[in-house]
Design a protein around this ligand. Sequence first.
Ligand SMILES: Nc1nc2c(ncn2[C@@H]2O[C@H](COP(=O)(O)OP(=O)(O)OP(=O)(O)O)[C@@H](O)[C@H]2O)c(=O)[nH]1
Ligand SMILES: [Mg+2]
Length: 440
Amino acid sequence: MLKDTIAAIATANATGAVSLIRISGDEALNIASELIGKDLNKEKGYTIHYGTIRDKGEPVDEVLVSVFHAPRSFTGEDVAEICCHGGVFITRKILTLILGHGARLANRGEFTQRAFLNGKMDLTQAEGINDLILAPDEMKAKSAVHSLKGSVRKLIEPLEEELTQIIANIEVNIDYPEYDDVHQLTEEEILPAAEKWLKEIGNIIETSRQAVRIREGIDTVILGRPNVGKSSLLNAMLEEDKAIVTDIAGTTRDLVEGTVRIGGITLNLIDTAGIHSSEDTVEKIGIRKSLQALKKAQLVIVVLNAAEELTDDDRELLEMTKDRRRIVVYNKADLKKTDQLSISAVNGEISQLTEEIRRMYDSELFAADQDTLNNERQIGLAVTAEQAMKDAVDALKAGMETDLVTIDLQRSWTALKEITGKAGKEDLLDEIFSRFCLGK
Ligand SMILES: Nc1nc2c(ncn2[C@@H]2O[C@H](COP(=O)(O)OP(=O)(O)OP(=O)(O)O)[C@@H](O)[C@H]2O)c(=O)[nH]1
Ligand SMILES: [Mg+2]
């Protein structure tokens, strides 16, 4: 039911200076008009009107009502936005009056959903709105606002365009086989275009993965045998006395977590129990947790003791993490100098480590600054589109019938269109036909 009129409190459910109540749908302006006793239907869009809301003659609140006429509103429908005083009680009372005049309480996200259904924005822009509201930091806010402004659509559009051209070329093959030598067209036009397209989408997927990874923060685990200074390192990185540090081996038992930003990179740090063979029940549980954290981590910092020879425990840890993205640091460099990457955690001297982290995530940081796909949904669909195109290329190379190839290409096209929510079976035919008309 798109036609009914919906209403909701748009501001937080808490006391504030003002609150905003939004009404959208055919009856929006009528309802607001009745509440303040002034006909807002006659008023121009983008105007604000002062009035007093009354309930059975009794004044309830003084308000400002913004008027938007369809389709020039957020939802594309008639919209009234009532700005009232920000008490929780008064705001709810006004909402109740609005509902009493025939509006329905909106579902979560329903205003944005209507905006999408009315063609005011595509799906990636709608996702951008949510991401912007939830953004905890500058990096995420920036990518969200770009997405809101249509950056994902702009990224995808050239791919859609080229893919449609490839499909159109194949259709020509099928419909007018006498026009061109089928084999020649495949070799000279379709395959090169498909290869180029695969390269482009591959780049987008790769950059997007890097960007998403770094915007979410890197799950980083600090590992090492007992007493090498893992907790001291966590504290140094956080610049805070978060984890307990003592000279007793086996101090840390539980995982201790903290978030730190290093040159624009967010690390979700986990300090762990020192790993060695232990008979202590509590310590054994701690060590098991350390190993679980290692499994999930995206970056491993292996801490060794510069002042001592490597032990079997050290060697085992190095072996265990050798295929992971990792940084090996020699701590306690104040006690003994080393040519390796070294730090002195108790003294807060960790610059070699932070430099290494920056260097390691350089390309991700660059990616995070680009317009990219912004979440797993979008990336997953791009991967589906890529795979379908690979299938099509394989089929072409194997000399399969062109109509079989078209099935793969259509799968690719549909996945691509789903990113922005524009997929519809009719669209592809329309687009192809519109091309045919020009030339033939
Ligand atoms: N000289 C020196 N001592 C350090 C340094 N870092 C840590 N220590 C000392 O080493 C001891 C152990 O430090 P922790 O940070 O508790 O070591 P850990 O690896 O967390 O130990 P567990 O939690 O038991 O596994 C403490 O006495 C620290 O003061 C360092 O850079 N230089
Ligand atoms: Mg510790």
